[in-house]
Design a binder for this molecule. Sequence first.
Ligand code: CA
Length: 227
Amino acid sequence: MKILIVEDETRLAEATAAMLRQNAYSVDLAFDGETGSEKASSGIYDLVILDVMLPKKDGFEILEDIRVLAPETRVIMLTARGELSDKLAGLKNGADDYMTKPFHMEELLARVDIQLKKTSAVKSNKLEYGDISLDLQLCMLKSRESGESIPIAGKEYTLLEYFLSHPGQILSRDQLYSKVWGWDNNIESNNLEAYLSFLRKKLRLLGSKVELKSVRGLGYRMGMKDE
Ligand code: CA
C-alpha cells in the first residue's frame, strides 16, 4: 500500500513517514502544495495524508484535484486544533477522514489502517483479467485455463497488480515508473522494459493470451492477444 504525505512541517512529515514505514507502508513526501497536488492526483497512491495550510496551494484545492483526477485515492486531512469550519469543508469536499494537530502517531496509524482496510475490502484478494488471476495474498500468478501457477514478487508483482487494476487502460511510462519505483529514485530508463519482459515471459510460460502491449508514444496497456 502506497501513501503520500503532503505536509510543509518537514519534521512532522518525516516522523509520520518513519512511523508508517515501520508499519510496512510505502511512503512518499511532498512539502508544498504544488508538488503535493501533482503527486496526490497521479492515482498511484492508495491514501494521501493532506495538511490544509500549505505553501503555494492549500489542502482543499488539492483535495478537489484528487477527487477529479484520482477519485479512488483515500484522503485523511490534517489541520490545526479546533478549526471546525475546516473540518466541515474537508468532509463536504470528500475527505475520508480528518485529524487535528497535534495528534498521536498511534491514532493516525489506526485511522490509516481503517481507510486502507476499506480499500482492500472493496477489492477482493484476487485480481483477474482474461485467462489469468493474481492471488494478492499468496503472490501467485495463475492460469485460469490450466490451473498452473507461478510465484511473482517485488517490482514484477507491483507492476502486474497495477496493470490488473486498470484493465484495458493505457498507462503512461511516468505512471508506471512512479507506481513501481516511486518519485524520488533515480533509475535506469530501461528498467521498465526489463520488468515488462520478465512479466511477458511469465505470461507466456502459463500459456496466457494476456499481453502487455506497447502503445506508441503513450505507454502500455494490458489486453488480449487476439484483439
Ligand atoms: Ca501546514
